[in-house]
Design a binder for this molecule. Structure first.
Ligand SMILES: NC(=O)c1ccc[n+]([C@@H]2O[C@H](COP(=O)([O-])OP(=O)(O)OC[C@H]3O[C@@H](n4cnc5c(N)ncnc54)[C@H](O)[C@@H]3O)[C@@H](O)[C@H]2O)c1
Length: 345
C-alpha cells in the first residue's frame, strides 16, 4: 500500500536527510514536506528531488490551520520536525520559539486529530530532543537520561520543545491520539546549518578563521549521525507503541574540547585556531542518553555514529560542498554571527 507521509520541517538539516532516507528505504512511500523556509530552511537541500512523483514541497507555516488541515486529509502518518532549533537564537529572542514550537505543534496535533471526519491522519511522531531533560553533572559520568528522567529544560529553546513534548503527551492521554515522541541527542552530518558547532568550525577553518569555543570547553554532548537518527524516527513510526517516548542517542559522548581537537586534527590545523569566547548563558554541562529502550523494544541501535570515521566523512562533506555552505553563510547568517561572536564568520 502506498503510504503518504506528511513531514514538517523537511527543508532543514534533519528533515532533508530524513526525506532522502525514507525515499531510499521505502520505495512505495510518498512524502509531503511542509516547511515555512525560515532562515535555516533551504530548499536547495532537496533540489535534486524536483519533479520526483514521490515528493512534494508545500511552503507554509505549521501555525496556519488553513494550510495544515487539508494536508492532514492526504496523510496517513505525520512526522513533525519543524522547529526553531538553535539555543543561542532562543536566548537572543525567545518568542519565535514559543510560536513555532508550542503553538505550531498544537495546531498540527489538532489538525491531525480532526482529519478524515475524526478518524485522524494516522500515527503522529513528534521529534523532540534530549535537551528537555536539562543537564547532568560532569562529576557523575554514571548518570544518563532515561525516558523516566524528569523534564527540567534550561534554555528557552528546550523549554519550548518541552511544551511541544507535553502537548503530544496530552493529546495521547486526553484524546487517545496515536502519538509517539522521540528524544534525540546532538546530530551531525551533511546539510547542517553552519551556526551549529561542527559545520561552523569546519567552514571557519576552511576560510582560515578561528573557531569560537564556549567557556572551558568541558561541556559534553552525545553525538549521533543524522542517518542513525532518521532510522530511529522511521523505526518509531513503524514499530513504536502509541503514547510512548523513545530516547535516541549515538552512544558517543564527547566534550566540546575533544570535538574541537578532532576537527582541527582532521583539517590539519593547530590549536592556535581556537578562540575562547564567553560561555553561553545557562550552558548545560552534559547530555547523555540511555537508548536501551529503543534497542530492547524496537531492535534499533546506532550503527553510523562511531568516530573517527563518521566525523571524518562529515568534515569531508563540507570540504567537498563549499558552494553550498558559502551560499548559506553569505545570507542572513552573517548578521547573526557578528552579534553572537563579535566577528565576521
Ligand atoms: N539538530 C539536532 O541536533 C537535534 C537533536 C534533537 C532533536 N532535534 C529536533 O529535530 C528537529 C529538526 O532540527 P534541525 O536541526 O534539522 O533544525 P533546522 O533548523 O535545520 O530545521 C528546522 C526546519 O523547520 C522549519 N520551520 C521552522 N519553523 C517553522 C514553521 N513555523 N512552519 C514550518 N516550518 C518551520 C525551518 O524552515 C527548517 O527547515 C527540530 O524539531 C529539533 O528540535 C534536533
Amino acid at each position: 500500500m502506498t503510504r503518504t507521509l506528511l513531514l514538517t520541517g523537511g527543508c532543514g538539516f534533519i528533515g532533508s536527510n530524513f526525506v532522502r532516507f525514507v525515499l531510499a528505504n521505502r520505495p512505495d512511500w510518498r512524502i509531503i514536506n511542509l516547511d515555512v523556509l525560515s532562515y535555516s530552511g533551504n530548499p536547495e537541500n532537496l533540489a535534486d528531488l524536483e519533479g520526483d512523483p514521490r515528493y512534494r514541497f508545500v511552503k507554509g507555516d505549521i501555525c496556519d490551520m488553513d494550510t495544515v488541515a487539508p494536508l492532514m486529509e492526504e496523510a496517513d502518518g505525520v512526522v513533525h520536525m519543524a522547529a526553531e532549533s538553535h539555543v543561542d537564537r532562543s536566548i537572543m529572542d525567545s518568542k519565535p520559539f514559543v510560536v513555532s514550537n508550542v503553538l505550531g505543534t498544537q495546531t498540527l496535533l489538532d489538525a491531525a486529530r480532526r482529519a478524515k471526519g475524526g478518524k485522524g491522519a494516522g500515527r503522529f511522531v513528534l521529534v523532540s530532543t534530549d535537551e528537555v531533560y536539562g543537564s547532568l553533572p560532569l562529576e557523575r559520568p554514571d548518570l544518563r537520561f532515561t525516558e523516566e528522567t524528569p523534564l527540567q529544560p534550561n534554555s528557552p529553546y528546550a523549554a519550548s520543545k518541552t511544551g511541544a513534548d507535553l502537548l503530544a503527551r496530552a493529546a495521547f492521554h486526553t484524546f487517545g491520539m496515536d502519538v509517539v515522541t522521540t528524544r534525540c541527542s546532538n546530530n551531525f552530518g551533511p546539510y547542517q546549518f553552519p551556526e551549529k558547532v561542527i559545520p561552523l568550525f569546519v567552514t571557519n577553518l576552511m576560510e582560515n578563521q578561528q573557531v569560537p569555543l564556549y567557556g572551558d570547553g568541558k561541556n559534553v554532548r552525545d553525538w549521533i549521525h543524522v542517518d542513525d537518527h532518521c532510522e530511529g524516527v522511521l523505526t518509531v513510526l513503524e514499530k513504536g507503541r502509541a503514547g510512548e517516548v523513545y530516547n535516541i542517542g549515538g552512544d558517543n559522548e564527547r566534550s566540546n574540547l575533544e570535538l574541537t581537537h578532532a576537527i582541527l586534527d582532521i583539517m590539519g590545523k593547530g590549536k592556535d585556531m581556537i578562540r575562547p569566547v564567553q560561555d553561553r548563558l545557562g550552558h548545560d554541562r552534559r547530555y547523555a542518553i540511555d537508548a536501551s529502550k529503543m534497542a530492547n523494544e524496537l531492535g534499533w541501535r546506532p550503527s553510523r555514529s562511531a568516530w573517527p570515521d563518521a566525523l571524518e566523512s562529515t568534515v569531508r562533506w563540507y570540504v567537498d560542498n563549499r558552494s553550498w555552505w558559502q551560499r548559506v553563510k553569505s545570507g542572513a547568517y552573517r548578521e547573526y554571527y557578528a552579534k553572537q561572536y563579535g566577528a565576521k564568520g
